[in-house]
Design a protein around this ligand. Structure first.
Ligand SMILES: CC(C)(COP(=O)(O)OP(=O)(O)OC[C@H]1O[C@@H](n2cnc3c(N)ncnc32)[C@H](O)[C@@H]1OP(=O)(O)O)[C@@H](O)C(=O)NCCC(=O)NCCS
Length: 153
């Protein structure tokens, strides 16, 4: 399967594109943002950020969203691959491409929080080099714990 990646620095003024990603977020993520939250963050947000798209032909089949905290640090806010494409190293290829983009921005580390029960995502993060920083008790609104991870890139 052939996938291509696009990386855009925020803000992006493409309502339809953001809508497409917001829909994927809703469909694929346990904790998702509203369409308004996506539009606010990507179009009007004051924080620096990067959105990455995974495409198969012209269809967006996955995405990643990073907050660029400062000139060295980033936070991965979201990453997802459409269910039917999971388990084929799609996220792995995307992550490697994203690291190159982050390095261009002089970013040298990435942190994130993941639901402690999301074993698939945890396995993925560990595979690409993330290590545990801390466990955050009852981090999510449903009472579940989060694990904070960090990766030097
Ligand atoms: C996490 C996610 C992005 C991984 O995407 P993916 O394309 O399936 O991952 P890859 O195929 O690149 O797999 C890379 C590694 O992830 C892990 N992984 C993949 N599928 C797995 C499965 N079914 N069970 C456990 N681990 C799995 C493995 O470590 C795998 O490496 P390996 O095949 O050498 O063992 C994807 O599962 C997803 O979109 N999940 C839903 C959204 C989500 O939870 N995002 C993270 C929120 S913090």
């Amino acid at each position: 399967m052939k996938f291509t990646y696009d990386f855009l620095s925020l803000p992006v003024d493409e309502v339809n594109l953001i809508s497409t990603v917001a829909k994927l977020d809703r469909d694929e993520m346990l904790y998702f943002w509203s369409e308004d939250a996506w539009q606010d963050f990507c179009r009007y947000g004051r924080q620096e950020g990067m959105i990455g798209l995974i495409k198969k032909n012209e269809e967006v089949v996955g995405f990643g969203l990073w907050h660029i905290i400062d000139e060295r640090r980033s936070e991965l806010l979201k990453i997802a691959v459409k269910t039917c494409y999971r388990g084929h190293e799609v996220a792995l290829g995307f992550w490697l491409a994203a690291v190159l983009e982050l390095k261009k921005l002089q970013v040298h580390s990435c942190v994130l929080e993941v639901d402690a029960t999301n074993l698939r995502a945890l396995a993925f993060y560990r595979k690409v080099g993330f290590t545990t920083l801390a466990t955050r008790k009852s981090f999510y609104s449903n009472g579940r714990d989060a694990i904070s991870l960090i990766c030097e890139i």
